[in-house]
Design a protein around this ligand. Structure first.
Ligand SMILES: NC(=O)c1ccc[n+]([C@@H]2O[C@H](COP(=O)([O-])OP(=O)(O)OC[C@H]3O[C@@H](n4cnc5c(N)ncnc54)[C@H](O)[C@@H]3O)[C@@H](O)[C@H]2O)c1
Length: 327
């Protein structure tokens, strides 16, 4: 748990192979801090936490041992008495969350059939769409998607509904994915299929990374042709100083942890007093557009990077939460 200043710390449970316990711990701490800033900037009454279940490289877990690990994890979450709420993440599934819920009620994002908010990906896609519009408005004066071009990398759970929404809004979409099976989805959308390297340097209005993180670095940024980068992928910057490199090159970067908060905003809607309602959740996700506009405008006015402006807002909101809990 990194912070409970704004509310219970919420973050997914990662089931992953690590070289040693120290690497697993470091990952949990790094990811939990990221959740603090993501939820704070989204204005959610949540703190930042993350769970890690460590397996060993090359270790094949039997179904029974995997179940035991999940139940042990559930017992651990129960011991924290609600100050940490777990959810799905890399290496865990909705079915795994149902198993963990046998031991603790502090599980969010269960399947809709089990009373949860279900798959967050379409909500994440909606938040990224609003972020792209906000970045277009900041850069060109108009949020309009019609007639714009977008190169989207990663046609997965988030990328596919996002590409669908972009084409529906009249944008020309280029798509890249390492999985050739995705080509059929791209064709069905009328999107042009390109290689990932081509997408990275395409002359488009927006580059939209929706696969893995770390794709913006000292090599890729100088080669970018798109004036805007806005996508769902987590941790797009290889390091924080790449934010300065993007700004110096005149590329407007929509901070990833602001743009991709739609999933957590949807999960947070489970905690609303009236219970979960998908329409209300979608309305809250659309507010990402307002937050992104504010961050990009603040950054431009103060002459700082969008990352610095987003972090300043996140830190302000955590401090407000801490003051409210102590008073
Ligand atoms: N699912 C969510 O609600 C959510 C929320 C917040 C952030 N994110 C982030 O958004 C990104 C996408 O998430 P997702 O749930 O859609 O994942 P996903 O696994 O469903 O989709 C990722 C897609 O990217 C492709 N891909 C992987 N490596 C690639 C590469 N090097 N080049 C091109 N394509 C590549 C995969 O084949 C896959 O189709 C991730 O970084 C994730 O952490 C997702």
């Amino acid at each position: 748990m990194h912070s409970t200043a704004r509310g219970p710390s919420l973050g997914g449970c990662r089931f992953w192979a690590y070289a040693d316990a120290r690497a697993a711990m470091r990952d949990a701490l790094r990811l939990s801090e990221g959740m603090t800033w993501k939820s704070a900037v989204a204005g959610l009454p949540l703190g930042g936490g993350k769970g890690v279940i460590m397996s060993h490289p090359g270790e094949a877990l039997s179904a029974a041992r995997r179940r035991d690990a999940l139940l042990d994890f559930g017992d651990t979450v129960a011991l924290l008495g609600g100050s940490y709420v777990t959810a799905e993440d890399v290496g865990t599934s909705t079915a795994d969350m149902t198993t963990i819920a046998e031991r603790t009620p502090h599980v969010a994002g269960l399947a809709a059939a089990d009373g949860g908010s279900g798959d967050p990906s379409p909500f994440t896609a909606l938040g990224v769409l609003c972020s792209i519009e906000a970045a277009l408005e900041q850069h060109t004066g108009s949020p309009r998607l019609g007639g714009r071009s977008v190169a989207l990398i990663g046609l997965g759970h988030v990328g596919l509904p996002l590409a669908r929404a972009l084409t529906a809004a009249g944008a020309e979409v280029l798509v890249a994915d390492i999985d050739p099976a995705r080509q059929a989805d791209a064709a069905a959308l009328g999107a042009r299929w390109v290689r990932a390297e081509e997408a990275m340097t395409a002359q488009v209005d927006v580059l939209c990374p929706c696969a893995l993180g770390g794709i913006l670095d000292h090599e890729s940024v100088p080669a970018l042709q798109a004036p805007i980068v806005a996508g769902a992928a987590n941790n797009q910057l290889a390091s924080a100083e790449v934010a300065g490199l993007l700004t110096a090159r005149g590329v407007l970067w929509a901070p990833d942890f602001v743009a991709n908060a739609g999933g957590i905003i949807n999960i947070a809607a489970e905690f609303e007093p009236q219970g979960y309602d998908p329409d209300r959740a979608a309305a809250r996700v659309r507010e990402i557009g307002t937050t992104m506009r504010m961050i990009l405008a603040d950054a431009a006015a103060a002459g700082v990077t969008p990352l610095a402006a987003a972090m300043a807002l996140a830190r302000r909101r955590v401090a407000e939460g801490a003051r409210a809990t102590s008073s």
